[in-house]
Design a protein. Sequence first.
Length: 457
Amino acid sequence: MTNVLTIETSSLGDRSYLATDGTVALVVDPQRDIDRIVALAENSSLRITHVLETHTHNDYVSGGLELAALTGATYVLPVGSGAEFDHTRVTDGDAFEVGDLRVSVLHTPGHTHHHVAYTVAGPDGRIDAAFTGGSMLFGSTGRTDLVGPDETDGLTRAQFHSVRRLADEVPDNAQVHPTHGFGSFCSATPTSGDSSTVGEQRGSNPALTLDESAYVETLLAGLDAYPTYYAHMGPLNRQGPAPVDLSPPEPVDNATLRAHAEAGDWVVDLRARTAFAAGHLPGTLSFELDDSFVTYVGWLIPWKASITLLGETAEQVAEARRELSRIGIDKLAGAAVGDIADLADGRPLRSYPVSDFAGLADERQRSRVHVLDARRNDERAQGHVVGSQHIPVHELGDRIEELPDDGEIWVYCGSGYRASIAASMLDRAGRQVVHVDETYDAARAARLEQEPQETGG
């Protein structure tokens, strides 16, 4: 039986895998920071002999090239990947041995044209694992619009048939191991569950429960905006990423930190969003270091912009650097660490109020307030605060002039995280802002929601 170890990257909603016969191992879709994989293999006394990619990734920088070079492993990519470095090309029907395991290649286009899945059979010859990348996910499939708008319809139909092929050719009891689908924007629609088999997918995966027309309609309807940094991941992965650099950023002194903020550079405050609201350096932006951090830094900050990190501890800065390296943000202007009052050198800090939806409802009873919805279009379509203005946070930088110059702006999102980013952007622009730091479900309890209108057929 194949033993599969999972390397979770929750901040990007992805998984990498190490599959082994107990002595040698293969790695599927490794993230950029390969030290986690190397440590896992060493702790398990395993020798990595093969590194496999299901496709050229659009949501992160691969660590495959560095991992293969470090371990002497064979680096395997599908034909058509566009990789510009030496590697082993595989195509539909190919098979090879990894110790006592037998790996077979299935062409599963949809997420990309060249996408493949890998099935693995143990010594008994039975397939017990399928590494499905961005094809068959848990209760969903990979999105099909990353190649280009002219390709989306054809890739969506190809995705339907790819998932059906997997269901036809892989045993029902085989474990499904997708790369995407744990919060990744590479998933076409939300996924469900933490593990699954091919047989279980028969009753939950839309490509297996709907006919082709209904599947295409459902998938296309679920596609919304995806992070802008995706445009840079494919080219980086095809060129061959440089080895990851996790060394500490250059320290910056207080005067330099202030100068960066005053110049309008991207000074990213990693502290908790409520701490930022209570007191922050003028001109800085709130990107709390949690699982949403790297997605929204990569989405909102212009590619190759100068970034300075501001954290409470060196460990916090180190974790932020690791996260940024996963999407190819390697060059940082520097970092400052310490108590925010000390970093300010006695100069005044800025602040703004934090409230909740009940507070918004009470304020609306007293006065007229402007409300900003910072969620995505698909979230807005499910319901919103009555009378709110909708500007998704990833569009706010270009649309901030659409908001009123005077009066308070109450900003909300689905959890409070994106609202904190939006609030800091508005604060930097000199607006009066109140951050609604609560999950959107509370808007219903506060009787603030306008539900979506039913459309006639």
